[in-house]
Design a protein around this ligand. Structure first.
Ligand SMILES: [Zn+2]
Length: 390
């Protein structure tokens, strides 16, 4: 690659990194992000369009002035293969350069045989990748537990240890990015709020508590990637043993067996769906109402502790967390307020419902895989093997 070509593809990579970080991107906004005037921005977008990386669409008129366009991923552009393994089920799909996910396959698992699950995922991913070659440029895998160095280090709720996730990659040459699903959901969440929060605390409640702290659109780094395990802060009953090996973890009160004991309602095979029904039941029994109230207070107190520790610009509630808040709003607000240091009370921090929905982890891991692979060299390879638009 000549110096001029390298510069050309570096500016293309910079533009595509802006596309990944913005939920909606107009051509003038792209120019402002890159520090370019309208002429050079227009030339750059034309080059990206010719290379089948982006397409432009007419933006809705917002007032007087010249109409502008929004920039989107090209429908024949590069994709990352994305996998989300959750408690009870899994999903496989593709993610484009703008974070748009298309689900291709789904299935269920009972958590008892993780090696067979990896085999089943490999068997679905291989033909899908083959049918889309050469558009697949990387693989992203989201798992419901801490992931370190290409191993599932410890997935406590299912009793999985050191599972070699990397082997589901369809091709050893395809880079694989793996992450905890709550962290990946936080990456997706950070791009949806306007203006972007510089620091974002995302807390997720599903069959436990997780989350991530995002700075400038990316998870904070840590020694082995095992950060964000907020559920294992000692905010819970000091005597309660957690499957992670510690005692007193915040998450223990939120797991299905604990809630079944408190509510006297037997847990069902799909614990997530069961908890969703319990938290949103319009006619709860006194036990269910009391349990929801206690969990909303636990959630509010824990959030206050995290806010004191991290001082985020914005706090987002993912998964079932917003349902718990809504089940006992006054008690939740009071627990947050009482747990906050005075310096954080005026104005109080903004705590909002997450925007990213059920595909959040897939979007986050797909965008993170692009972060890993998308550079000048990859784009030069892409252009050399893709037919350029006429
Ligand atoms: Zn724990």
């Amino acid at each position: 690659m000549t110096t001029a070509q390298a510069r050309h593809w570096r500016s293309a990579a910079d533009a595509l990194s802006v596309l990944r970080r913005e939920a909606v991107l107009t051509r003038p906004q792209l120019g402002r992000h890159l520090g370019l005037d309208s002429g050079p921005t227009s030339d750059l977008v034309k080059r990206l369009t010719r290379a089948e990386l982006v397409v432009e669409r007419r933006a809705p008129a917002t007032g007087p002035g010249r109409p502008t366009t929004t920039v989107h991923a090209h429908p024949a552009g590069p994709l990352t293969m994305v996998v989300d393994v959750r408690h009870g089920d899994w999903r496989i799909g593709t993610c484009d350069l703008a974070g748009e996910v298309t689900i291709a396959a789904t299935g269920r698992h009972d958590g008892t045989d993780p090696e067979t699950l990896l085999d089943r995922l490999s068997a679905r991913i291989a033909p899908l990748t083959a049918s889309l070659k050469p558009r697949i440029v990387g693989v992203g895998v989201a798992m419901p537990g801490p992931v370190a160095e290409h191993l599932l280090a410890q997935m406590t709720m299912l009793g999985w240890h050191d599972l070699p996730i990397a082997r589901i990659a369809p091709d050893p040459d395809l880079p694989v990015v793996m992450g905890n699903d709550a962290t990946m959901a936080a990456v997706a969440e950070a791009r949806l709020h306007s203006p972007h929060p510089y620091t974002l605390l995302h807390v997720v409640v599903e069959v436990g508590v997780g989350g991530a702290f995002i700075v400038d659109g990316r998870p904070t780094p840590s020694a082995r990637g095992l950060h964000g395990e907020f559920g294992h802060l000692p905010f819970g009953d000091p005597a309660a043993a957690c499957p992670c090996g510690a005692r007193g973890c915040w998450t223990v009160a939120f797991d299905a067996p604990a809630i079944a004991r408190r509510t006297h309602v037997p847990a069902e095979p799909d614990p997530r769906a069961w908890l969703h029904r319990l938290y949103t039941d319009p006619a709860p029994t006194p036990e269910i109402r009391a349990t929801r109230l206690a969990l909303a207070v636990d959630l509010g107190r824990g959030l206050a502790g995290l806010i004191n520790a991290l001082d985020p610009d914005l706090i987002t509630l993912g998964g079932l967390a917003a349902h718990l808040r809504d089940a006992a709003t006054d008690e939740f607000d009071r627990a947050v307020h009482d747990g906050l240091m005075i310096v954080h009370r005026d104005p109080p921090p903004r705590i909002v419902t997450a925007l990213s929905g059920a595909d959040a982890a897939l979007i986050g891991v797909g965008l993170s895989a692009f972060d890993r692979v998308l550079d000048a060299e990859m784009l030069a390879r892409w252009a050399s093997r893709t037919p350029v638009s006429r």
